[in-house]
Design a protein around this ligand. Structure first.
Ligand code: UT7
Length: 327
């Protein structure tokens, strides 16, 4: 038994902050941000929340898959920026869409690897025969845990949500590969989370909290980690599954930084066209970046039946992992 993606959906907030807007908050400029990261603008919540975006992307994925909420056995939400600690975002999605039969839980700390870990978890349930249909969502309002006074991080992140519907199907599953290196966890940290409504609210809260309460990052350490580990894990997942690079149509990388994507393509000696990017529009949306990109490609008709894709997540923990899937 294996599992296949039979529908995708995404939601990104209407409110956009471009690089010039960021330059009003910290000492930076559009040229520097574009050159060092590739990011041009990011979508930021105003009235939305991690839950509301997850609900919307989930509904759109169900519509796209032509699957009803009652058919779903499992809802997984990958997030590091849930509205509240309890109840979990997945249960909130269940309530909103009426997926009364589903088992629901969040996958929290895997951060930017979160979607790949959630996808793998759902696949294990499907391939073992426990469940038949799963809704897997990545949803983040990173703007609520971003230090808007730190130019080393606030230039990077954005908000949004992406979702896929997975169905069990006869066939042999691909094996995923995942790794963690807790010893290097201090490269990317965040001490707490809180609810906020709009950037003004966040600014007020920022006065009350110290920098360690927001995401703090050793940018160069994370950059070096990604450029080394991502090509390694791609080669590993291909070897484990006896697949060669020529068979892969697209590498769907977590959208962290254009230079990371370019460096990975170079190290794998693959053309950049096989590495689709949308980080210029959304910035780094952590666990949401891969499913948002998948949804865009799906709706643009870029994904054809039978194509093989590699999904790669990497980030805080440190954690990283790759999965092969057939469209
Ligand atoms: O999901 C995973 C999450 N994290 C990541 O993917 C982050 C990976 N790392 C990165 O993307 C990059 O390290 C950054 C974009 C964060 C930083 O780029 P960098 O090329 O590593 O810059 P840097 O930290 O080496 O700084 C270079 C210079 C420094 O000035 P000096 O010392 O050379 O005079 C910084 O002070 O650029 C300065 N700088 C800035 N200048 C304008 C740092 N941030 C900014 C800024 N605007 N926002």
């Amino acid at each position: 038994m294996t599992g296949v993606i039979c529908g995708t959906g995404s939601y990104t907030p209407a409110w956009v902050m471009d690089n010039n807007d960021i330059a009003k908050l910290v000492d930076t400029n559009d040229g520097w941000i574009q050159e060092r990261t590739g990011v041009v603008r990011r979508h930021i919540i105003k009235d939305e929340t991690t839950v509301s975006m997850a609900v919307e992307s989930g509904k759109r994925a169900l519509e796209n898959a032509k699957v009803t909420a009652e058919e779903i056995d499992l809802i997984l939400v990958a997030t590091i920026s849930s509205n509240v600690v309890l109840p979990c975002t997945a249960c909130e999605v269940q309530k909103a869409i009426g997926a009364t039969h589903a088992t629901c839980f969040d996958i929290g700390g895997a951060a930017c690897t979160g979607f790949v870990i959630a996808y793998n978890t759902a696949m294990v349930y499907l391939t073992s025969g426990v469940y038949k249909t799963a809704l897997v969502i990545g949803s983040e309002s990173l703007s609520t845990i971003t230090n808007w006074k730190d130019r080393g991080t606030c230039i990077l992140f954005g908000d949004g949500s992406g979702a896929v519907v997975l169905k069990a199907k006869e066939g042999k599953p691909y094996l995923p590969v995942t790794h963690s290196e807790g010893a290097k966890g201090m490269a990317l940290t965040c001490k707490s989370r809180y609810e906020r409504n709009g950037l003004t609210g966040a600014s007020d809260i920022q006065e009350l909290l110290s920098a360690e309460h927001f995401m703090q990052m050793d940018g160069q350490a994370v950059f070096k980690f990604a450029v080394k580990r991502v090509p390694e894990v791609v080669r590993e997942v291909l070897t484990v599954n006896d697949v060669v690079q020529e068979e892969i149509s697209y590498y769907i990388l977590h959208q962290a930084n254009k230079r990371i994507v370019e460096a990975v393509a170079k190290r794998l000696e693959e053309p950049l066209e096989k590495f689709p990017m949308n980080l210029q529009e959304y910035g780094n949306t952590s666990s949401a970046s891969i499913p948002i990109l998948l949804d865009e490609m799906n709706r643009q008709g870029k994904l054809k039946s039978g194509q093989k894709l590699v999904l790669v997540g990497f980030g805080a923990g440190l954690t990283w992992g790759a999965s092969i899937l057939e469209w």
